[in-house]
Each structure stands twice: as structure tokens, then as C-alpha cells.
Design a protein around this ligand. Sequence first.
Ligand SMILES: [Zn+2]
Length: 523
Amino acid sequence: MSRNLLEHRWQQLPETAIRRLQAEQLRRYLRTVVLPFSAHYRELFREHRIEPDSLRTLDDLQKLPFTTKADLLNTPERPQRAKDFIIIPDEKTLRRRPGTILRALCRGRERVRKELEAEFRPIFVTFTTGRSAEPTPFAYTQRDLDNLTTAARRIVEVCTARPEERLLSTLPFAPHLAFWLAHYAGTSAGVMTLSSGGGKVMGTEGNLRLLGTFKPNVLIAMPTFAYHLLQQAVEDCVRCKSLRAIVLAGEKVSDGLRDKLRGLAEGLGAPNTAILATYGFTEAKQAWTECPFPHGQPSGGYHLSPDLCIMEVIDPQSGRPLPPGQPGELVFTPLAARGSVVLRYRTGDYLDGGLTYEPCPHCGRSVPRLVGNISRRSEIKEMALDKIKGTLVDFNQLEHVLDDSPHIGSWQIELRKAHDDPLEMDELILHVQKLNGTDEEIVSRELSRRCVAQLEISPNRILFHTAEEMRRLQGVGALLKEQKLVDNRPNAKPASKPKATPRPAPNEDSAPSAVIGGQAVNR
Ligand SMILES: [Zn+2]
């Protein structure tokens, strides 16, 4: 009953109803799906002596231990760790269930067998794109693909795309959530969808041609690629007046970048293009979006699906859940997943606004929303990039400084040792593309001043490049994901160690390792 109400009225329920129905749905989900059939959680609940029925309200969720990225990694003793998290039903248990017997009596055994297959048999996989670890597979059953379709269709709904529109996705062809979500978004909403595969498949040229000929109303892209594509389009005098929205995935989106993309869209003849960000991750098997909002006003945040997941915000140090409106780390629990399932999953992502249940000021939907910027702390830790010149550096903030600088187009952060000597000091080098013909001296001074003011560190060098040189540096059209941060320090981890000069690596698999993205859908 709770699933039905939550599902059918997913965007209309008040906070108290959402929390009550979610707690009900969680108890049933644990009792009938997770505990009987998940090797990992059956053991964990037994060890901690937790009964699903003891979770009376969402506040009781804190009785469950967290699951972390490390829990999913293979170890020599457990070489296939990710398998422990897959829901694998025991046929005997299923057959003995009164619900199964009743359904078999009403609809016939064969039909029930097919339904159970669709519910539980893994038929699809996506992978994480971790930096230092092996990619972790996440399995989907047909039921999961149906949930993915629902989540994707809701993204289209919240973004307000219409069936008569055309959608161009330039996300790279890859077994990653972002690509498939974009595919299901368009097709499930009945919108003409063209997936170009991004720069690596069709080159910037091919994508430029599509902008001019396919004339999309909605462009789905990773922010860095969107910037390069539109910049090149403006240079080549391509027109795309139909462009109404740019939906960004795979990296975080700063206000400065939104302004720059809006400016470029205007150059294509589309002056009122909405720039919308999405947030999601492999382990969630879903993603969420912002609704269109007026320029100059704050975003309404990411609109969650209350029937598909519970999102908590916790204090990253103490692990204590925080009340709505407080900033903290995001923790995810699915409510309807089959296949790979992680409960109370610590994302490592830090939300600087908070979770709110208030109706959205822009679209009026009454759903839980994640408000503010999301930065990925985990990745910074993973890459051991937090100390430059002995000072702690917040790379998310440095990215914002660069994105928000009005005289800078694309950029790349490079870390290296002075004179390439491992015993020397760390150096921070900024590669930037200067805009609007401003004097290099002025841009350098302004950028150094902002870095000192906001990060208490100044770059050792600022090097200027043309748009074409930046495209080459970042690997646009050559890599699956553009390089925005390159660690050339000799003791950088192998997985994140690029070449001596920051040239695009020929192997796409090594590409994301040297990049700090933001909130990646296709992790
Ligand atoms: Zn809204």
C-alpha cells in the first residue's frame, strides 16, 4: 500500500506522510527482499541483532551500520566482494511464500515464474569509474531497469521536456549510469533521442554538425565537453535557436560555468537556455535533477523520488544524522532495488545546503530535495591530493574559483614537483584559456588574488593557452572524460599518474584517474 501511495503521489506528499510511508516501505523491503536474499546484509543484521520491525520511524535508520566504498572492494580473501551485495533469491523460500502460492493459483505457475525472473534475475550491469580501485559492477534486474526508466522519465518531467522536442545526448558510450539514464530518459518519455557517444565517438566536428542539423531542444552533456562544444560552435557560427535546456551530468556545475554556458547558448541564437544539473552515482542506480529556475535565483536543488530511495545527511565525522536544512555527507538507501543493493551507503559527497521537504519554490513539487552545492570529498582523499606545498587545498573550491572567473574559459589544474625532483616542493600550475582579450598580466594578478583570498595558496605559475590548445590538454575528443586535474608528482598513485607532460593519455581507461570531477553520475 505504502509503495502505491508513494509511487502514485511521489511529487505531492507532505513531509510527515513521506517519512511514515518510507519507514513502512523500508520495513517491508528489508523483511521480504533484502534480509532473506542478501548474503551481506543477512549476516550484518544477525551480527548487530537488528530486526526490520524494530525500525519504527526513519530516525531508527541510524541503527543500521553504514556501507562504504571500501566494503565493496575485492580483497585477496574475498575476490568477488560485489557479489555479496546481489539479491539472490532462494527458490524454495520463494515457492513457500503465501504470496507466491496465491499468485500461482490465480494467474498460473508459468506466469508467476516469469514475474519472479523479471524481479530477481540480473540482466544488465553498469560499472563505477573509480580512480584507484577496480571498477565495481552493479547488477540490474528487469525490475531495476523499470525503476531506472521511472527515475529517468521523472528527470524529463522535472526538466519539462515535451514529446515534440528533440534530445541530443553527447555522453560517452560506456557501461556507466549516466549514458543509460540519458537513453532511458528520452525513450521512456517518448522524446526523439539521439545519442552521439560524445567527442570520442564522433569528434567535436560530428557533434557540431548535429547541433546544426538535428537542432536539439535539449542537450545532455558533461560540463567540460558542453563548454568546448558550444565554444567551438560559436566560433564556427553554428546556429541552434531551438536549444531550450542544457542538462549536465558527470561533473559538478558551478554558477560561473552556468553563466558561461548560458552566454555561449546565446551566441547560437538561443538566449533563454536553462542550464540544469543532475546528481547521481552508480550505487544508486538512479539520478536526480533540478527543475528550471529563473536566472539570478537559487536552484530548487535535486528533486528526489521518495518511493525509490531514502537520502540522509550525516555529520561526516560523528556519523550522526543531521536534521533537514543542515549541510553534511549524503547517505543513500534504496527502497525498491533488486540486483546489487547497498543500504545506508556513504557517498563521501558533501552537500553544503541540506535536505528539505518544503515544496519547491519554482515547480511546487513536494518531494525531498537536496539543496546547495555537492562536492566529492571521497575522491580528494582517494587521490591524496589534499596537501599542496604543505597546505590543505580544497580542490572543489579551486574549481569554483576558476569557473567563476569571468575572464577564463576552460582550465586545467596541474600538480608537479619543482624541477621534477621528488624531494622538491609541490607546485600548483594553472593552465587557462583567457577570454575577451583581457591583458594576461591583469588576468594572472586577479586569479592569484582570488586563490589567496579563498584558498590561502597562490599558484606557482599561470600558463595561457588558446581554446584549441586547451582542448588538446584536456583530451577533448580523445578521452572518455576530459582531464581537468593532472597530478604529475612522481609519487602520485599509479592509477592517477599521467605522463610527464599533461598530454591526453591514449588509453581511455586511464583518463578519469587524473580527473577530479564533481558530482559524477557516471562514476
Ligand atoms: Zn522544482
